[in-house]
Design a protein around this ligand. Sequence first.
Ligand SMILES: Cc1ncc(COP(=O)(O)O)c(C=O)c1O
Length: 390
Amino acid sequence: MTHLIKPEIQDDLLSRGYSRRQMMRTAMLFTGGAAAMLNISGEAAFAQAEDDAAPGGKMIRIGLNECWTGPMEPAQKAAAATFANANRYSPSGEAERLIKTIATVENVPEANVAVYPGSGGILSRTIVAYCSPTRGMVMADPSYNNVVRVAKYVKAPVALVPLSSDYRHDVKAMLAANPNAGMYYVVNPNNPTGTMTPMAEIEWLVDNKPAGSIVLIDEAYIHLSKGYPNNTAVHLVRAGKEVIIARTFSKIFGMAGARAGFLLAQPDVLKKIQLYEGDRPSVATVAACNASLTATDIIAARRKELMENKAMTIAFLTKRGLRVIGPSEGNMVMVDWKSKSNKEMIAIYKAQGVQIAADRWPIWPTVGRISIGNKADMEGFFNVSGKILT
Ligand SMILES: Cc1ncc(COP(=O)(O)O)c(C=O)c1O
């Protein structure tokens, strides 16, 4: 069967400590049907058909860190116009144009950019390319733990390192947890806490990581953070460092279901990841992404709306005597229910027609995550909370 695997993939896997049998299984991940099974498609893995279950109609969906509104108007127009020509694989160079736009907006050479159908695929491909039974994965806890099952599938040991007491990634403890890991995963702002890790600490990790490893900085929520655009790690790509910056169109751009994300990295890093097959979003999605990135007024308006609705939510919860973890710079807040487990609270809210995040962070059993929706969503949440939180 090994003849089915490209020789360069065989070389890569064997050099990272896989047995021939493990190599087959791992290579299949991105060259065969197993890819679909292991794809990290955003938070959707935790979505349930909850609308149907909501009493008297629609669920208030504040559980999946989705955007409270749809694709931007220019994006919708661009997608519709392009879809009319979708009989062509590339009606008029949409993919190349998007790479150009990303390179311009992020101020990096085009050779540093690659586009994928969602940033989840970027995370799983990076794990497959850099981790192995001898090169583990290190991440914070709690953080975006969808990645864990991919690491486990490729038999990479996973180290979960608690956030610091002020909710930063504890980069020194992360390096100490596995000084020879293949990937160090930093989510900034973090999901689920929304908290930021200072850039100097990320830079320290990048400068001290072992040779041959990668620091993946996941900036899914960066546009929503207070310090944007001065707080991104893109300068590390400009400086030629061994990092990957992952971005998604699923958050501020409101296109979670359209599936698009991109990565910024050195060309040799791109090549290593692309060993495990490329894939790209539909041309209509690509056209929508292109129109979104330069819609700076809409980006600013969405940031403002998010910050207002988040402040209102934090004020509501703290007034009820609950501890809100933070400061959150994402489209989510975590709250400590104190007297009840998060599992119980999820069921209680669900019965009242509110979907909050699934229970995914056992390190904090009484803490839940609420995504920030629009004003009406949040008022619906307050209304239900008024009945639940006594
Ligand atoms: C931190 C983080 N990274 C990546 C993703 C994946 O996003 P997508 O695959 O929709 O681009 C998510 C989704 O919620 C996320 O929270």
